[in-house]
Write a protein of this length. Sequence first.
Length: 119
Amino acid sequence: MFSPAEAVAERREALTAARKTPLSCGNSVGTNRRRRPQRKPRNAYGTDTYGRCIRTACKAAKVPAWSPHRLRHNAATMLEREFGLDVAAIILGHASPKITRLYAERDHAKALEVIAKIG
């Protein structure tokens, strides 16, 4: 969905468009880059890069930091609540529902309902 190679290309195009030095002066576009860089942009972002970007954005927005894994935990909780533990385990790719149990949050509302029923 997101490509680091495309992001780098877009960034370079924007820098070229915002260039103040005339093209007849200074370096011509692309001449001051390494011919064989040690690291080239990959085709996709890794989970570590994605998480780092989220933490950086949270810090800039001055909101509590969170991790992409929280999305998975939220999905596990919603799936278990709506469809049951077995379905959630299958969708999340867990070999055992016990693992899914660790991901999903406890349903406190359901516990309160039970307490209200039994008095």
